[in-house]
Design a protein around this ligand. Structure first.
Ligand code: ADP
Ligand code: MG
Length: 320
């Protein structure tokens, strides 16, 4: 039985907002409009697939601008491709809406396609249903065969690195709720930038990698657990942004950087023997890259500040 459809009929809605001419040479044999898409992977590559769903009131506040929602549902998925070191190819979008409103759809599509173009990913299909406001996106990318950067490759002695400024996004989210504060911070929550170029460049350099979505401390725990290691960290080295420090002060800034979430930065480990290679690579990046700790054999995460144990409130986002 078919699901109930939004008021604007589905074919019109798809044709108007989502079916775009396909750029040549992306391996798409058949795109939107048939029962399924057909694509072809270049020879010598592995296929990488990730799915993430975002729903109003759960993953973003109700009333978030539709352009930011269109950006976000793709960005959080591209961030997973980046964390594998993969290059984006194709996306599929399952959109759920309580009602089909032209202005909302236009803005959502503008946010989605602006990022898709920038990231070089092509929308090849999806589904449209009536339901709570949310979007589920599946992305696929490619890797040269056998070069995926997993979570399990960290070894004792490896340095632990992070891109960008963790903590900014959660501060932006709080400021949005209060309808004020630094525009730069609010944009960091509304328009997360997947670190695709950086992730792909780290193949052959990083021993393990993941993206930060739930909060730096919680995600570090997952990385170390997957690698069966622990780690020592220096809270002094946290790359706190100027805007975050100005908005909340150093103590709250540290707490937000550690347990905030929604950062979509890359977290990765690098063996000592490849640090020179990393330095050569990152010299050309506009994005800051900071070493915050070292992998050790014993399980657990140990944070230190000025030579003493550093404790903080862990307010990590819980899914359930
Ligand atoms: P079916 O009933 O066979 O699933 P649909 O009517 O749901 O077909 O979809 C028709 C075509 O439009 C398919 O190619 C599907 O992938 C595509 N499509 C549906 N919704 C979306 C969407 N939100 N974004 C992109 N493509 C979509
Ligand atoms: Mg369908």
């Amino acid at each position: 039985m078919a699901a109930r459809r939004p008021a604007l009929d589905e074919a019109t809605l798809i044709g108007r907002y989502f079916a775009r001419p396909l750029p040549a040479r992306r391996g798409v044999i058949l795109g939107i409009g048939d029962d399924a898409a057909v694509t072809r992977l270049p020879a010598g590559h592995d296929l990488v697939t990730a799915t993430d769903a975002i729903f109003a009131g759960v993953h973003y506040p109700r009333g978030t601008p539709p352009r930011a929602i269109g950006h976000r549902c793709l960005a959080v998925n591209l961030s997973d491709l980046a964390a594998m070191g993969a290059t984006p190819l194709w996306a599929s979008l399952a959109l759920s809406l309580p009602r089909a409103r032209a202005a909302w759809l236009r803005e959502f599509a503008a946010g989605f396609f602006a990022l898709a173009r920038a990231a070089g990913i092509v929308l090849i299909g999806g589904d449209t249903v009536r339901g709570p406001e949310g979007a589920t996106v599946t992305v696929q990318g490619r890797l040269r065969r056998g070069t995926a950067i997993t979570r399990s490759g960290a070894r004792p002695g490896d340095g632990i690195w992070v891109t960008g400024h963790p903590g900014d996004a959660v501060a932006g989210r709080l400021l949005l709720a209060r309808r004020g504060g630094s525009r730069a911070l609010r944009q960091r929550f509304l328009y997360p930038q997947p670190r695709l170029r950086e992730g792909a460049a780290l193949a052959g350099v990083a021993s393990a990698m993941m993206d930060i979505s739930d909060g730096l401390h919680a995600d570090l725990g997952k990385l170390m657990c997957a690698s069966a290691c622990g780690a020592d960290f220096d809270a002094d080295r946290l790359p706190l942004s100027r805007q975050l420090l100005a908005a909340v002060g150093i103590e709250a800034a540290r707490e937000m950087a550690l347990s905030g979430g929604d950062d979509y930065e890359l977290l990765f480990t690098v063996p000592a023997g490849r640090e020179a290679q990393l330095a050569r690579l990152t010299r050309r990046w506009a994005l800051p890259v900071t070493r915050i700790g070292t992998v050790r054999r014993r399980a657990g995460l140990r944070w230190r500040l000025d030579g003493a144990a550093f404790r903080f409130r862990d307010r990590t986002f819980r899914h359930f």
